[in-house]
Design a protein around this ligand. Sequence first.
Ligand code: SF4
Length: 463
Amino acid sequence: MRVCLIYPGIVGKGFDSIGQGMDSGWISHGLAILAACARQAGHEVSLIDLRAMKGWEHFQRDLADRHPEVVALTIMSADYNPAMHCLEITRAFDPKIITMVGGAHATIMPQELESNPNIDHIFLGEAENTFPDALNKLARGEAVPRIVPGDHPDLNSIPYADHALFIDEWRAQGYAVTSPEAPFAEELPPPFVTIIAGRGCMYNCSYCQPAERHIFGRKVRMRSVGNVMGELEELRDRFHFASLMFHDDCLTEDREWVIEFCRAYRAAGFTQPFFCQSRADIIVKNEDMVALMAQVGLKGYFIGFESGSDRVLRFIRKGTKRAQNLKAAEICRKYGIAIWANYMLGLPTETKDEVLETISMLKKIDPDYYSPAFYTPHPGSDLYDYCIANDLSLIKDHDSYRRNPDEAKIRGVDYEWLAWALAESQKRTPLNRLQRGVRKTWKRYAQPKKIARKLRQLFGAQQ
Ligand code: SF4
């Protein structure tokens, strides 16, 4: 079959935005893996990335030029509106094109899509087996059900993500892109790539679960270290990547895996710096693992600190405490690991005093990168159900599922005050600024080679 995959993620930066940060500079791993699976099954695959289109007319023209037999979209909740518009355009252009949707929103809220006449097939959960299987059936003229349940594929048997799918398309659309994905931190030079080493999460945060389990199942499945190394070697050969990031929800939850990976990464001669997600409790309980990761190239952790209030952390079932958040930050600092602090303001039941506790925690942590969000109730999570049951949600449109801290999301929150809190949470204290300045200077000059060069310059100047 001639398949056109569509990535509809324009809610962040809009059309014609390739290269503008994470929103418009990262690939969809879901589509990149499905592309590889479909090709492996003998189908022809192309990609339309809405972020690389100039507007809807451009999309229409591009679709007409390709004239695929199948159009398949991945949908996150925030991407619902542009995804639905793509489907309308597709149906209007040629009703014979078979339309398919999948991804997180399709899996969590299939009832929202079922009655849509522009959609032929809805794929639930993981589709690395079911998507090529459906294409094969369609090619043979066999029927495919309207709702296709997913399964949990063996992650070591499916092909690697097709990392070139996106950059090739961006270049074909005229973007002079040199890095397969957009780096986002000074510790990560281009060419930059992202990779996923496993699926699922064993934790139970109420703003996230059970959606995660619903998609990936109860068990965490890691690819073998050898399989991940194989992909990294391919990426090194093809893109000569200078840094990378693991997309895994919590790469560090499997300590043994991480240790084996670190040894293999070093043994294979990789020195490229990398970032990954972790949790404060894991960092505190596994300092030796953190030290090993730092030795082999870890330069930054994304940490979901979320709140500085123990009551709020309990309420959202984070499984961490304020003291662990502070200790984790101390450990990161000790090993020179940058801290990307994820946190939320405006959670249900949160008081202003508790928001102030988050602010005071951040002043102590002094993260390298602040990543705040106004709490957004996401479908599929227990906290979303709580918001619906208590009539708290102010979300009227799918665009508002975006993780943007500039919009009222739930009732009972003083967003004017929260805007002040948001700004205050990101202000460094004079002492923090001073310590940062000292650390930066130390890092810049306190290296044996640089000291030797300075001494040579000094010595030479005196002769
Ligand atoms: S928020 Fe992160 S740690 Fe918590 S359950 Fe979800 S993926 Fe796991």
